[in-house]
Unconditional design. Structure first.
Length: 265
């Protein structure tokens, strides 16, 4: 009997769908419907690109932490970060770097790569196979849904955020660096650093939200800028709101941008 169980475990581990999920650092986010964006009375909101729209997302997995420098170097063979530390979030990575990391991690763990790059470095030629079981970047809608974890307040901590809850620039404290992932308490889904530390790349092209969204939106067809979420160590509090958005050219990299991975359920 023990031999049978052992062989069954080995067989399962060899199957793509049974591969480990980034050493267990993935959380299941059960799908649902929520209001994406911010209400008109939310302080410091950007009225031109945060209007609320009801969105439905399917269940998915997302990294409990941003990808660390140790994890990134293990897969990519380099560490481009400006602030050096194995358990610090990797930064100074472009959107293309994040896409490449996802594919390489998928291959290492026996999963089907999500992205096809017929012309690396040219994002219009990157195709997302939405049925593949490998690692990928979260969509903007998935990211906000996971960050909010059922909350409707500006932050998943409530109406305010303190430097005891996240890494950002405050009159009371400015650390001037990233902090190790998991330094602060997670949200109710067990996700760390959804507010602050680093901006996180998402899949989507940046644009205004349409008046109505379909289920599982994936952003604009093209805009030249890819969405980032979460705010970072050098931003003031209002940039860290759950609805706050930013965007950058996909080939750019800096000490305040990193990413976390996601997977289909």
């Amino acid at each position: 009997m023990k031999k049978f169980v052992f062989l069954l475990i080995i067989f399962c581990l060899l199957l793509p769908g049974c591969a480990k999920q980034d050493s267990g650092n993935m959380a299941l986010v059960k799908g649902g419907t929520f209001l994406m964006g911010s209400p008109e009375n939310e302080p410091e909101r950007r009225w031109w690109d945060e209007h609320q729209v009801r969105v439905r997302v399917s269940s998915f997995y997302i990294g409990r932490y941003p990808v660390t420098q140790d994890k990134y170097e293990e897969i990519m063979g380099i560490n481009p970060s400006g602030f050096i530390g194995g358990n610090l979030p990797v930064e100074n990575v472009s959107w293309f770097d994040a896409i490449e990391y996802c594919n390489k991690l998928s291959l290492k763990e026996g999963l089907t790569p999500v992205y096809t790059m017929s012309n690396p470095g040219y994002d219009l030629d990157i195709i997302w196979d939405r049925k593949a079981n490998g690692y990928r970047l979260p969509t903007e809608a998935e990211w906000e849904f996971a960050c909010r974890a059922g909350t409707k307040t500006p932050f998943n901590t409530g109406n305010n955020l303190t430097t005891d809850q996240a890494n950002f620039s405050s009159e009371d404290l400015f650390r001037e660096t990233t902090t190790p992932v998991g330094t602060f308490a997670p949200n109710s889904l067990g996700l760390f650093d959804m507010h602050g530390n680093i901006w996180e790349w998402c899949w989507d092209w940046y644009d205004e939200y349409p008046a109505k969204m379909k289920a599982n939106p994936i952003g604009a067809e093209f805009s030249g800028f890819r969405v980032t979420r979460g705010g970072c160590w050098l931003n003031p509090e209002h940039f860290l709101r759950s609805a706050a958005r930013d965007a950058f050219r996909p080939w750019t990299a800096s000490s305040h941008r990193g990413f976390r991975v996601a997977r289909n359920r």
